[in-house]
Structures are given as structure tokens and as C-alpha cells.
Write a protein that binds this ligand. Structure first.
Ligand SMILES: NC(=O)c1ccc[n+]([C@@H]2O[C@H](COP(=O)([O-])OP(=O)(O)OC[C@H]3O[C@@H](n4cnc5c(N)ncnc54)[C@H](O)[C@@H]3O)[C@@H](O)[C@H]2O)c1
Length: 388
């Protein structure tokens, strides 16, 4: 384990210790420079002091391991992942692959060279509604994608460091990260997973109106971002993401998606998964599809089976039972999240270069993703990803 922050608390601790996949996984060591996170996880996993490291390099040098799961912040995925791959380990990272195209390319190239597995946990790919939408779209029954609108909006407590308990390990997470890196990537990936289209242009508009008003700790970051993505076939998507929906919302994440196609449309009711509760605190939509705490302590759901299936694939590859077809899909740039990182970096660049209006709105310019890829990884590599 490299990095033991909030994604481990929310998802991976259940995968390792209480899931159908737990028998595949023996947690052998943890590396995290933060004492509190390292020891919280070390205690949970029953690791002795000599299996707890402040540095991943020391861990890789001292412990015999098969897999590294790299749960560091997005911009720090690449270094530990590349080190682990070069040390002969397979690697799993939570979404997104990396914060930049250069890092994502480096990780993919290293995995290919080392002949090791690189798995990116985009758990929405395992959501049964996304899987069904993908199969139906790919059958041709809706024709060609023309336009899509997706939104994914977290309650304010996710981004608010004044809220107890605090969601992220660091108080400034929502300042150092945007809703694009934390949320847009989920929806961009889900959409591309369904339609298999390559993005070519991105433009983003950001709204910073609620987060800066938080007290006593204000957050100088975006509440909401609209990312417009244009695909190679001319289809357009608007992906709206944020983390400033009032805490009284009916779900931790208010989210949905529509795909409008030449011969039909798909309507994904992502935050109405079929269990509505009414109790003293209000009315809530519960999403047992994502994470389901069963009696007896087992945890199931696509939040668990997403990464769990990556571990199954690792084992199959090691046992020589991963078929050529499965291998081709697992190692494709779409599966490895390359295009999602491309959208992410393009949207972040658009926001950085944007014109700031009075009142907290940033109007970003259009970013050409082919030019971005060529400038970051060179024309030869960009061409291999179909970008030239
Ligand atoms: N929080 C979620 O629910 C969630 C869900 C899906 C994916 N993710 C992804 O998971 C990753 C981690 O996010 P998070 O929310 O857990 O962040 P976080 O800030 O809560 O935790 C990050 C952890 O990494 C540690 N770390 C930093 N540098 C390190 C290094 N060099 N070596 C080892 N550990 C290091 C930090 O000390 C911290 O404990 C990100 O890529 C994020 O996008 C998070």
C-alpha cells in the first residue's frame, strides 16, 4: 500500500478485509509519510512496525511484494507506480491514471516495457447501469452519439475542511484539486467507456462562489465546473461536476447522465438506484449498488468489484490464464485511462488560462487535445494514441 488516505478509508479497506476478493489479497506493508494515516492503516491491517514505511522506496527495497496499490494524490501516482513497475510489481491506482498526459504515458510505457499489469480503478465501469448502457450502445441500437450531458455533484461536506469529520486527509484538498480531477474524470471515463470515442477538444467554465465563503477555513477552489468535450466524430458532451451541493441533499453524490444519439437516447438515473429511505433526518436515496454492507460484515457493490476485478486480472495474468482478447482490452489506452487524463489535463489548462469574471466565474478557452498530447509526449507517441 502506497498512500493510506480517504480512498482507503472509503473503499479499499472493505476490498482488502471484508470482500469476496479479500482471499486474493494479503496486505504485506504500507508506505505513507503521514504518521496518522500510516498507523491507522498499519493497525487495521495488523502490520508490525517494520512493515510500516514513510517512504515507498524503502518499502519496495525491503519487502517482497507482488502488487503495489498506489493511493497517493493524482499528481503523485506516477513516481511510485513507475518505481513499483520497474521493481517487477503489478500496479493498481485509483482513478484517474495520473494528473497529466506525460505521467499517464510514462506509467503506460513503463508497464508495457516491464511486462507488468497496470490497472486503473474507475469503479463506474462496473456499475451495472453503465455496463448495460455500454453493451446496448455498442450493439448499434441507438446509432451514433450526438450529445451527452452528465453531472456529478458531491455534498459540500466533501470539500469543506470545517466539516467534522473531515472527508480528506488534508484540509486544502479542494483547493489543491478541482472537481475536474476528483469527479469529471469519473463521468468522462464512464461516457467514453460506453461510446469508445476519442476526445479532441475541451473547454471548461469554473464557478468559485460558495467555497471561498466557507468559515473559519475558506477554500479557494471551484464549487462547480462545466467541462465541454468534443469527440473525433463531432459529438459533444457537457460534464458538470462540483462539491458544493447543500449537505441536506438526498444523496452524498447527486448524479445522472443522458446520451442523445442519432437513433435514440439513454437516460441513466444514477442517483435513483431504487432504495429511498425516510427517517428522522429526512429523505435519502441510498446507493446499495455502489457499496452494500451485508449482515455478517461482507461488503459488496461495484465500488468493491471494480478494483476486485483488477486483482483477479492480475492473478490471471500471473497464472497465464488471461486470454489474448482480455489482455488486449486491459492494455488499450481507453482502459488504461489515457483519454480520461487527456480530458482532465485539457480542462485544467482551460481553467488555468481562463478569463476571470467578477463574481468568481472563470471562462476557459478551448484546448486542442491533439496539440496538448503532441506538446507533452511528442508527435510519435501522440500518433500511437490516435492523436495527430
Ligand atoms: N476519496 C475518495 O473517495 C476517492 C475515490 C476514488 C479515487 N480517489 C483517488 O485516490 C487518490 C488518493 O485520494 P484520497 O482522496 O485518498 O487523498 P488523501 O489526501 O485523503 O490521501 C492521500 C494519501 O497519500 C499520502 N501520500 C502523499 N504522498 C505520498 C507518497 N509519496 N508516498 C506515500 N503516500 C503518500 C498522504 O499522506 C495521504 O495519506 C487520488 O488519486 C484520488 O483521485 C479518491
Amino acid at each position: 500500500m502506497i498512500g493510506a488516505g480517504s480512498v482507503v478509508r472509503e473503499i479499499y479497506q472493505h476490498l482488502y478485509f471484508r470482500s469476496d476478493y479479500s482471499a486474493l489479497i494479503e496486505v504485506a506493508a504500507v508506505a505513507d509519510p503521514d504518521d496518522r494515516c500510516r498507523n491507522w492503516f498499519g493497525d487495521l491491517a495488523g502490520l508490525p512496525a517494520h512493515r510500516r514505511f514513510a517512504s515507498h522506496s524503502e518499502m519496495l527495497a525491503q519487502v517482497e511484494l507482488d502488487v503495489a496499490q498506489v493511493n497517493t494524490p493524482d499528481h503523485l501516482h506516477c513516481g511510485p507506480a513507475v518505481d513499483a513497475l520497474n521493481a517487477g510489481l503489478d500496479v493498481v491506482v485509483p482513478k484517474p491514471t495520473a494528473a497529466t498526459v506525460r505521467d499517464a504515458h510514462e506509467m503506460i510505457r513503463t508497464a508495457m516495457r516491464a511486462g507488468r499489469f497496470l490497472g486503473v480503478d474507475f469503479h463506474k465501469r462496473e456499475d451495472p447501469r453503465i455496463k448495460e448502457a455500454r453493451a446496448r450502445y455498442r450493439s448499434g441500437r441507438y446509432g451514433t452519439l450526438q450529445a451527452a450531458v452528465f453531472y456529478m455533484l458531491d455534498k459540500l461536506c466533501v470539500a469543506d475542511p470545517n466539516h467534522e469529520p473531515r472527508f480528506f486527509a488534508t484540509a486544502d484538498f479542494a483547493e489543491r484539486n478541482t472537481p475536474v480531477s476528483f469527479l469529471t474524470v469519473h463521468m468522462a471515463d464512464a461516457l467514453m467507456h460506453i461510446v469508445n470515442l476519442v476526445p479532441v477538444r475541451v473547454r471548461a467554465t469554473g464557478y468559485a462562489q460558495k467555497l471561498p465563503s466557507l468559515r473559519p477555513i475558506p477554500v479557494h477552489g471551484f464549487d462547480l465546473v462545466d467541462t465541454e468535450v468534443v469527440f473525433a466524430n463531432g459529438a459533444v458532451a457537457h460534464i458538470l461536476t462540483g462539491w458544493a451541493v447543500p449537505n441536506s441533499a438526498h444523496a452524498l453524490t447527486v448524479q445522472s447522465g443522458r446520451l442523445l444519439c442519432s437513433d435514440g437516447l439513454i437516460d441513466l438515473g444514477l442517483d435513483t438506484p431504487g432504495l429511498r429511505e425516510i427517517h428522522a433526518d429526512g429523505i435519502f436515496e441510498v446507493n446499495p449498488l455502489f457499496r452494500n454492507f451485508e449482515s455478517g460484515g461482507r461488503v459488496t457493490g461495484y465500488g468493491i468489484s471494480g478494483p476486485g476485478r483488477l486483482y483477479q486480472q492480475i492473478l490471471a495474468m500471473r497464472n497465464g490464464t488471461l486470454s489474448e482478447a482480455e489482455r488486449a482490452v486491459a492494455f488499450s489506452p481507453m482502459t488504461l485511462g489515457f483519454y480520461t487524463t487527456l480530458v482532465l489535463e485539457g480542462a485544467e489548462q482551460s481553467l488555468t488560462r481562463g478569463r476571470k469574471l467578477e463574481g468568481g466565474v472563470t471562462l476557459g478557452p478551448e484546448v486542442d487535445l491533439c496539440e496538448l498530447a503532441v506538446s507533452q509526449i511528442g508527435p510519435g507517441a501522440a500518433k500511437e494514441y490516435g492523436l495527430s
